[in-house]
Design a protein around this ligand. Structure first.
Ligand code: SF4
Ligand code: SF4
Length: 136
């Protein structure tokens, strides 16, 4: 499935709030795609003991350019960034109210993507194993 399938169709105003202090988990496919661009795993990711997550530098995601409010790898960004503001809050899929336009996410988008948010959570827990197998 094309990665663009996982993008939430709603009114994102590109404020960049979700790229500041990111804790976004990475999937093995995200890591393969981003390392394929020439970035090293250690420069853009941290391992927290159970998950790989995007690394923060100066308080924002390694890939965020605050002066331009853009993502350096936007067409290649991780699955979790595409699914945002849909998140799993520990008991179910919900819309993260930290996003200022969270209320513009249509119900049909929630219904379409909620199963993929659950898959994402499960897969991100297996990332360490998959990274170990493919990156040694
Ligand atoms: S916080 Fe919401 S509106 Fe702002 S860039 Fe992220 S997804 Fe878009
Ligand atoms: S990878 Fe891009 S979209 Fe995702 S948090 Fe970093 S800068 Fe934002």
């Amino acid at each position: 499935m094309d990665e663009t399938y996982f993008e939430v169709k709603f009114r994102c105003i590109a404020c960049g709030i979700c790229c500041v202090g990111t804790q976004m988990e990475l999937l093995a496919d995200d890591i393969d795609r981003i390392t394929g661009l020439g970035y090293r795993l250690e420069e853009f990711a941290v391992f927290d003991g159970s998950h790989y997550r995007l690394r923060n530098v100066d308080g924002h995601c390694y890939f965020y350019e605050p002066h331009r409010r853009t993502c350096k790898i936007y067409p290649h960004r991780p699955r979790g960034c595409r699914l945002y503001p849909l998140i799993y809050d520990g008991s179910g899929v919900t819309v993260d109210k930290t996003c200022p336009t969270w209320h513009t996410v249509p119900r049909r988008e929630m219904a379409r993507l909620a199963p993929h948010v659950v898959d994402f959570v499960r897969e991100s827990g297996l990332t360490r194993l998959r990274v170990k197998l493919s990156h040694g």
